[in-house]
Ligand binder design. Structure first.
Ligand code: DQA
Length: 142
C-alpha cells in the first residue's frame, strides 16, 4: 500500500536553502531515507514536490482516488495561506499529516496560522528530516 509524500514551494532547494533553519540534507536525501523506512514498515511511498499550488491540490485528489493509505504534506509557505489546500484536505477521505522541518509557530508571526493544520489529522514539526520519519510512523500506525 502507498503513502503519498507531497512537498510544496521551495522545498526543491533544501540543502542550500537557509541550512541553519532547514538543515543540509537535500529533498532527495529525505526521499531516500523515507523510501528505506517505508519498506521496513511494509509500505511504498510516492514522493513529489511542486512549486505550484494547483499541483498539490491535484495530487491530494489523486492520492485519495488511487486508494493511498494517507498523505504526508509539507506545503511550505502555502501552509499559511492556502484555503484551496484546506478545502482539498477536507474533500478527501484519507488522513493527511502536516509535516514541517522547522517549527513554524516558533518563527515569524505570519507562520502561526496553518490552513493545512486546520484540516489535517495531526502535525509533526520542528525535528528537521526526522519530522518526515515520525510522520511516516504515525501514518503507518493509523
Ligand atoms: C516549512 C515551514 C514553512 O513556514 C516555510 O514556508 C517552508 C518550510 C518547513 O518545513 O519548516 O517553506 O514548511
Amino acid at each position: 500500500m502507498t503513502i503519498f509524500v507531497i512537498n510544496g514551494p521551495n522545498l526543491n532547494l533544501l540543502g542550500m536553502r537557509e541550512p541553519e533553519i532547514y538543515g543540509d540534507e537535500t529533498l532527495d536525501d529525505i526521499a531516500a531515507m523515507l523510501d528505506d523506512h517505508a519498506r521496513d514498515l511494509g509500505y511504498e511511498i510516492d514522493f513529489r514536490q511542486s512549486n505550484h499550488e494547483g499541483h498539490l491540490v491535484d495530487w491530494l485528489h489523486e492520492a485519495a482516488a488511487s486508494g493511498a493509505k494517507s498523505v504526508l504534506l509539507n506545503a511550505g509557505a502555502l501552509t499559511h495561506v492556502s484555503i484551496a489546500l484546506y478545502d482539498a484536505i477536507k474533500a478527501i477521505n484519507i488522513p493527511v499529516i502536516e509535516v514541517h522541518l522547522s517549527n513554524p509557530i516558533a518563527r515569524e508571526d505570519f507562520r502561526e496560522k496553518s490552513f493545512v493544520g486546520k484540516a489535517a489529522k495531526g502535525t509533526i514539526s520542528g525535528f528537521g528530516s526526522l519530522s518526515y520519519k515520525l510522520a511516516l510512523d504515525a501514518a503507518a500506525s493509523l
